[in-house]
Structures are given as structure tokens and as C-alpha cells.
Ligand binder design. Structure first.
Ligand code: KIV
Ligand code: ZN
Length: 563
């Protein structure tokens, strides 16, 4: 008995002695055509109504699409009337060409011509299926019969087009050998050549030959071989625009399109976010943004991806996955500690060097380029590292924690993520920071204090600190002198039980909330046993903030039983 996989017939690659596409690079954007309103719409559980289609059409125009397949007018009244609404309602800009699809069948072609009456720029797109499998099981016809269908359709189209062109319509033709990927290449070349002849393709008026992977059934490199072979063997190649129409059955639609472009194609048909029959059509957003990251102008504008996403989800009633390239909710977010650290360093590097280039590890694109600058790049869960929490404090709350403090605060946050087993939002991280470092008033607290500052003849500052401190229920007075407030305070508490630390480092900066400005001081102390501890003090008074920071560090050391 056969194993279940043995029933499949593997794709048979065309024999190629030498291929040129692997040595090429893509240097410019192809011509794009959206098939959202046809392939995309046909594949919906609830196809769009006219209002929804109009909304999507205008969105496609705003993105910059110049060729938009607007439907299959002979297929249903809804399709027909939508196209009439577009034309009669004046919705189509002069520089946009609408494309209409029709099978290579006489009565459907006639109806399609009725649908486009009054339009300015039209691509009439006709097709019939050519693959070995379709010929065998669907049409039960040899290749000659299949060619005859395409040729007769082309003849009829040519005839019906005459008065239309005479009336001033810019009418172009597109032919698709549907299921091209599974067609013998010499047959594909032959049928397309015959169609071009019938339509009178010239260099000035080329015919679009659309080569679909209707069902993706081979690896992208084999498809690229097919395209290269097809182009190399097509007579009068210059009289054709070679178009790709990849579907995504093997999940390789984007790669198929990119390799197809390397193999010489000029144009790509696809949809926003890869909507379409089964696994969908190739995703135009990914294709365009992939070019963008290679410093190639894609000629499509995805600078407000969230807005496009919103329209898409509303009209198709489908959801965009969190991992969808360039658009998913999580695609610019790092949870992992080492990634967060590298992203952080990338941002710092860019700021410091003022580089003209995007040089941030783990972020292939600046999220701001697709309008995603306001969302958190770094999010904190139990997988996150020591620097992530400090990054959140900086990005969201303006706290610039010294580097040496990152691991300590990172562990505080990690303990909490382990405890709750969920992501921590920035507000919770802020609360943890406050509870750990700022709202810590025991066992020591300052009840009152004063500074007296004098400057001697040489300009040296001399500060006297006098204060009353409390330790649990008892209070005591301290006085100390120094060359600054911190020094004076440290000298004041010398001899007290809290005098068990050396001062390692200190930094201070302002934080602003509206017109209110406060100083935040970070204090790094080392206990006699060599253990480090940090404290944070916040005050409107820049001299008081570090003293609060010192008390915070001492209180934390007590709490952590460092001393
Ligand atoms: O996928 C396909 O083959 C098509 C054709 C009609 C172009 O959509
Ligand atoms: Zn298709």
C-alpha cells in the first residue's frame, strides 16, 4: 500500500542548461495592477457591496495604483453595475486604467464591451485555461482546441474594439493563459504568440501577457526558469508586457513574484495583504515594501498602513494577522531581551552618529515609514531582558536610567512578569519603578532639612546641610558640610547607622509633565560587603532629589538585607 504522499505528482522542472536570472538584481518597481476588486472580492465569504467596493477603489487610487481590475462584468449584475457606477459616477481619475476580466467566450466578451462604455482607459483582460491537467480533466481537449478558443476570442475582441477605439477610448488588451505554471512552456509560448498576432500587438501598442501561477505548484526558482524560457522563446517579445499573477498555495507568492521579475517580467498583479482565492494572491504591500527596503522607489504609498488596514478589514471583513509583514500588530515589536538591547543600541548609534541610513538591528524598516512610529517597539514579558524595562521608562516616561542600573531594575520587572505570567504594559512598569525606588520611605525618611551655601573668594562652593531624619519612630538631627549638597549630606549622616556605603555614581536630569518640571536623581551606592544598590529621588528642587535618592538606596539596601 502507498503512503499518502505518494499520490502526488511532483512538478517537473523545465530543462535549462543555463539560466541568467540568478545573476540579476531588481533595480526598479514593476508596473502594478491590483486585483483586489476581482480575485480579492470573488474570494470573500460575503463579497463587497457597491459602497464597500467604492471605498476600496478610492483607497487603491490613493495608494498610487494606476491599473485596477474592477471586476468581471459579465459574471453578475452586481459586478456589471459596480463598473457602471465607477464610470458614470466619475470615480476614475484620468491617469488610472480600469481592467475588466472575461473568459474567452463570445457572449461574455460582448457583455464586457457593454460594461466599459464611456470609460477613458481600459484593459480588456481575457483568459482561458491551458495547463496539462485542465486540458485533461476539465476541457478534455488537445492544445489545438485550447489555442482555437483563445484565437477566436482575440478575433472577436479585435472586431468589437474597433468602434470603441474610434470613439477615443484608450483600450489595451491582456491575455492570460490561465494555469500557466502547469502548462508546457512551448504550448504557452505558442498560444500567446497566436493571441498577439490576432490582436496586432506592436511595440507601441503591446499586449499584456499575464502569466499566472493560478495554483502555485512549484518552487519559485522553477517558476523563474519558466518565465526566462517563455521570454527567451517568445517572438516579438518587445510587443508584449510580461505580467505575473502569483497565487500563494505554497506560501511562496512573494518569492515567486520577485524571482519572476529577475527572470524578466515587467508587471505584477496582486492584492493588498495577499487577499484572494484559497491562500490568496501575491501581497502587493510586501512586494512594494521589500523594494523600498532595497532603496528602490516602489511607486506605491504605504506610509499610513494602519489606515489602509482599517479600510481593508472593514470592507473584506477579514483580519490581518499579527505577523503579517509590514502591517501586523506585532511586526515591529521585540520581546526578547537580546533583540531589545540591540534595537536600543541601534537607536543610540543612529542618534550619536547622525547617520543618514537606517541601521537598527532586528528592524528591517523604520516603522515610521509605514506610519507606525507611535507604538511600542519594545514590549515586556518574561522573555525580555534587562535593558527592555529601562527602554520603556525612557520612551514612555522620560526616565533615563543609568546603564549600571538596568540589570537591577530589569530583575525587578522580570520577577513580576514571572509572577503574573503575562506581558507588562508601560504603566505597570512605571508603577513598579515608583514602588521599588521612589515611594520607599522606611526605615529612614527626611522630616525637614535646609542648605546653606556660600562661595569663597576663589569661587569654591561650600554647603552646610542641616536636617532632621526619622528612623522608624525615632527622630534625630544631623549636620554636615561639603563642597556640594550630596557631599554635605553624606558627611551629615556619617557616624549614623546608615553610614555603611561608599558613593559610586550619581546622575540627574529633568523630567517634564506639561509646564511642570522635576529633577530625578539616580544614586549608585556600594555597601561595605561590596554589594551595589541604587536609589532614585524625585523633587522639584534639584538639590533635594539626590538626597532622596540616597535615602532610597539606603532603605532599599535594608529591605534587600544587603546590610
Ligand atoms: O489566477 C488566475 O489564473 C487568474 C486568471 C484569470 C488571470 O486569476
Ligand atoms: Zn488569480
Amino acid at each position: 500500500m502507498h503512503s499518502s504522499f505518494e499520490k502526488y505528482i511532483p512538478f517537473e522542472p523545465i530543462p535549462m542548461q543555463k539560466r541568467r536570472w540568478p545573476d540579476r538584481t531588481i533595480t526598479q518597481a514593476p508596473a502594478w495592477c491590483s486585483v483586489d476588486l476581482r480575485d480579492g472580492n470573488q474570494a470573500l465569504v460575503d463579497p463587497m457591496n457597491v459602497e464597500e467596493k467604492l471605498r476600496l477603489f478610492h483607497t487603491l487610487v490613493d495608494i498610487g495604483l494606476k491599473e485596477i481590475e474592477v471586476g468581471f462584468p459579465s459574471a453578475s449584475e452586481t459586478e456589471f453595475s459596480f463598473i457602471r457606477t465607477l464610470i458614470e459616477g466619475g470615480h476614475i481619475p484620468d491617469d488610472v486604467t480600469i481592467q475588466v476580466l472575461v473568459q474567452a467566450r463570445a457572449h461574455l466578451i460582448q457583455r464586457t464591451f457593454e460594461a466599459i462604455s464611456g470609460a477613458k482607459n481600459v484593459i480588456l483582460h481575457f483568459y482561458n485555461s491551458t495547463s496539462t491537467l485542465q486540458r485533461k480533466v476539465v476541457f478534455r481537449m488537445d492544445m489545438d482546441g485550447i489555442v482555437k478558443i483563445a484565437v477566436e476570442a482575440a478575433q472577436l475582441i479585435k472586431k468589437l474594439a474597433k468602434p470603441v477605439i474610434a470613439s477615443g477610448v484608450n483600450l489595451r488588451y491582456e491575455y492570460s493563459p490561465e494555469s500557466f505554471m502547469g502548462t508546457e512552456m512551448d504550448n504557452a509560448v505558442h498560444i500567446c504568440t497566436r493571441v498577439m498576432e490576432e490582436l496586432g500587438a506592436t511595440k507601441e501598442k503591446p499586449v499584456i501577457l499575464n502569466l499566472p501561477s493560478t495554483v502555485e505548484n512549484c518552487m519559485p526558482n522553477y517558476f523563474a526558469d519558466e518565465i526566462e524560457y517563455f521570454i527567451a522563446n517568445l517572438p516579438n517579445r518587445e510587443c508584449a508586457i510580461i505580467s505575473l499573477h502569483p497565487h500563494n498555495d505554497r506560501g511562496c507568492g512573494v518569492a515567486t513574484a520577485e524571482l519572476g521579475l529577475l527572470a524578466g517580467a515587467d508587471r505584477v498583479e496582486g492584492t493588498l495583504f495577499g487577499n484572494g482565492e484559497r491562500t490568496g494572491n501575491v501581497d502587493l504591500v510586501t512586494l512594494a515594501m521589500n523594494l523600498y527596503t532595497q532603496r528602490i522607489d516602489p511607486k506605491l504609498d504605504f506610509s499610513d498602513i494602519n489606515k489602509i488596514k482599517e479600510v481593508y478589514e472593514s470592507v473584506t471583513k477579514m483580519k490581518i494577522g499579527e505577523r503579517q509583514p509590514y502591517a501586523g500588530e506585532l511586526v515591529f515589536t521585540a520581546f526578547s531581551g537580546s533583540h531589545q538591547d540591540a534595537i536600543n543600541k541601534g537607536f543610540q548609534y543612529m542618534k550619536k552618529t547622525k547617520t543618514d541610513f537606517w541601521e537598527v538591528p532586528y528592524l528591517p524598516i523604520d516603522p515610521a515609514d509605514v506610519g507606525r512610529q507611535y507604538e511600542p517597539i519594545i514590549r515586556i514579558n518574561s522573555q525580555s531582558g534587562k535593558g527592555g524595562a529601562a527602554f520603556i521608562m525612557q520612551q514612555n516616561f522620560d526616565f533615563d536610567l543609568p546603564k549600571a542600573m538596568h540589570p537591577e531594575f530589569g530583575s525587578v520587572v522580570q520577577k513580576e512578569t514571572d509572577r503574573i505570567g503575562k506581558e507588562l504594559k508601560p504603566d505597570r512598569i512605571y508603577d513598579l519603578f515608583m514602588a521599588e525606588y521612589v515611594d520607599i520611605n522606611a526605615p529612614y525618611r527626611m522630616i525637614k532639612h535646609s542648605f546653606n551655601e556660600t562661595t569663597d573668594a576663589e569661587g569654591n562652593s561650600h554647603v552646610t546641610f542641616s536636617g532632621t531624619l526619622a528612623h522608624k519612630d525615632t527622630t534625630f538631627d544631623v549636620v554636615g558640610e561639603g563642597n556640594g549638597p550630596i557631599d554635605a549630606f553624606f558627611n551629615a549622616i556619617r557616624g549614623q547607622k546608615m553610614d555603611k556605603f561608599t558613593f559610586v555614581d550619581y546622575s540627574e536630569h529633568a523630567i517634564h509633565a506639561g509646564s511642570d518640571s522635576k529633577a530625578v536623581a539616580y544614586i549608585h551606592l556600594r555597601a561595605m560587603n561590596g554589594k551595589d544598590v541604587f536609589g532614585v529621588g524625585i523633587s522639584h528642587n534639584i538639590s533635594l532629589a539626590p538626597l532622596r535618592g540616597i535615602l532610597s538606596a539606603i532603605n532599599r539596601a535594608k529591605r534587600m538585607e544587603i546590610i
